[in-house]
Design a binder for this molecule. Structure first.
Ligand code: SIN
Length: 522
């Protein structure tokens, strides 16, 4: 075991939720942010679209709430949605105060884009790289805050659970962490832990997510006994670039909000046959429609056509997408963009209340790791950065209430090594990762069926046995820690998918094509 360090707050993850939380929490105490690569490597950094918020006098909270509930297909917590929507404008203004440079109209007002499922223009954005601009501003602010320490290349292994001295309840007091550079395990102790370690996209072959999205937060919370929910609802983004060198590059839905239209190879529009909102229908509907069209036509991809739009405006609004496509030989102002769906966002996760508090005392969860109730069975576009902000803020307020009273137990358990230390060798475990990714993409993708889910489960259970043996007998290795988490999350997604005997939102099972009627969650 390496060193043992103590803080008031431990933040696991450095995306928008973690940085926003840390900035606010630093007013109350010492904060450690651990991040498994470098400080800006997070799903947030890759978010192109923006943040949904009612900022226009012609828009209404009711409209944003309704669009969120419709996308969520009956499983949203209405209270959580209402709270998030009403808190949104203040969060946007706070980000502006921190220095985020959102795109503006010529008159100086915020430019508001539109994305799938929204009936109004309400997406506040920074051209087509909103996440990167937010990360830039938040990191700059965090660096000025003396109460915050950032630990890069620190990968959380497991949560530290102990009995609370006063209540005798199981409580989270920090995390065991692997320092990838020093190859040593450390204990980070804290009164309050925020789990905001991002999503799970890497359990699929094709994903818009960066390499870090291996479901670490969800897997750790599961091992610690936290309640999880809605893991069957994996959102596939309908439009990622189809190109051998495209690496599932996201073609933002904002392009469709700007007037882009989905077409087949022969130029024929197909979305109006599936939904009255056409190319701007909610994501689950668009992704399934594309999958169906690809099956019918036998084509490898469909196309997003923006060639009818003002070329200069397209270049100005979407410089990243324009340049990325151009570098691969596609001039999007003249040629249709080949696109396919790819795994994008985990709507389920660690269950929280309206204050981001999980079912474990001392443990809060935010962002893609959490299941706060706002996304239900399908997340509305550009509600994710918003959810992260709103719940991070509430977590700080809630956890501040009795921060001073929390005592970290003096226990030598933190001195016991969790595993053996690294031996200087890094094993890729690429073959094992591929087994997970192929099983998930083959059997637990946009459409599922009972036989496929059973097959995926057999493959993953066999792999989990092998990984557990490797994990306990091999030197600690970041790739092995991630592989273990990926297998755990794959197991949880398959279990949740198999347990849902209906089709709803993002979960479509051809053996149970209908919806079961539930009372709305109030
Ligand atoms: C996009 O830009 O299409 C992605 C935005 C989101 O996932 O909310």
């Amino acid at each position: 075991m390496g060193d043992k360090q103590q803080f008031d707050y431990l933040v696991i993850g450095s995306g928008i939720a973690g940085l926003f939380f840390a900035l606010k929490a630093a007013k109350n105490g010492k904060v450690a942010i651990i991040t498994k690569k470098n400080q800006s490597e997070s799903n947030t950094n890759y978010a192109q679209g923006g943040i949904a918020a009612v900022m226009d006098v012609h828009d209404t909270f009711e409209g944003h709430i309704m669009d969120t509930l419709i996308a969520g297909d009956g499983l949203c917590n209405e209270k959580a949605v209402e709270m998030m929507v009403k808190d949104a404008p203040e969060c946007i203004n706070e980000l502006i105060g921190i220095g985020v440079d959102f795109t503006k109209e010529n008159n100086g007002e915020l430019a508001l884009g539109r994305e799938g499922g929204h009936h109004a223009n309400r997406v506040v954005h920074a051209k087509d790289l909103t996440g990167r601009e937010i990360e830039r501003a938040l990191i700059a602010a965090v660096k000025k805050e003396p109460n915050i320490s950032i630990f890069e290349n620190h990968l959380a292994i497991d949560l530290i659970m102990e009995k609370d001295e006063k209540t005798n309840e199981d409580k989270c007091f920090g995390a065991y962490v692997f320092d990838r550079k020093e190859e040593v395990e450390k204990a980070f102790l804290a009164k309050v832990v925020l789990l905001c370690a991002g999503g799970t996209g890497r359990i699929y072959l094709h994903t818009t997510n960066p390499d870090i999205a291996t479901g670490d937060g969800i897997a750790m919370a599961y091992r610690a006994g936290a309640k999880l929910a809605n893991l069957e609802f994996v959102q596939f983004h309908p439009t990622t670039l189809f190109h051998p060198d495209g690496h599932s590059f996201l073609i933002s839905e904002a392009l469709r909000g700007f007037g882009g239209v989905l077409k087949l190879k022969n130029g024929q529009e197909f979305m109006p046959c599936y939904h009255e909102m056409g190319s701007l229908a909610p994501r689950d509907i668009v992704a399934r429609a594309i999958e169906t069209e690809l099956k019918i036509t036998g084509d490898e991809c469909v196309y997003l056509d923006v060639t009818h739009l003002d070329a200069e405006k397209v270049k100005e609004e979407f410089p990243t997408i324009y340049n990325q496509c151009l570098s691969l030989g596609i001039d999007i102002t003249k040629q249709m963009i080949p696109v396919v769906p790819a795994a994008h966002y985990m709507c389920g996760g660690v269950v929280t209340d309206l204050n981001a508090q999980t079912t474990i005392q001392g443990l809060y969860a935010c962002g893609e790791t959490a299941c706060t109730g706002v996304h239900g069975a399908n997340r509305l576009a550009s509600n994710s950065l918003l959810e992260a902000l709103v719940f991070a803020k509430r977590a700080v307020l809630d956890s501040a209430k009795n921060l001073d009273a929390i005592k970290i137990p003096k226990d030598d358990i933190y001195d016991q090594p969790h595993g053996t230390r690294g031996n200087g060798l890094t094993v890729s475990y690429e073959k094992e990762r591929l087994i997970i990714q192929k099983a998930m993409s083959g059997y637990v993708g946009i459409s599922r069926n009972n036989a496929g889910l059973a097959k995926a489960m057999t493959i993953i259970e066999e792999l989990i046995d092998k990984i557990e043996t490797l994990y306990f007998y091999s030197p600690l290795d970041a790739n092995l820690i991630e592989l273990r988490n990926m297998a755990t999350v794959a197991y949880l997604v398959i279990s949740a998918a198999a347990a849902r005997k209906e089709s709803r939102g993002l979960h479509y099972n051809t053996d149970f094509p209908n919806k079961i009627n539930y009372a709305p969650i109030k």
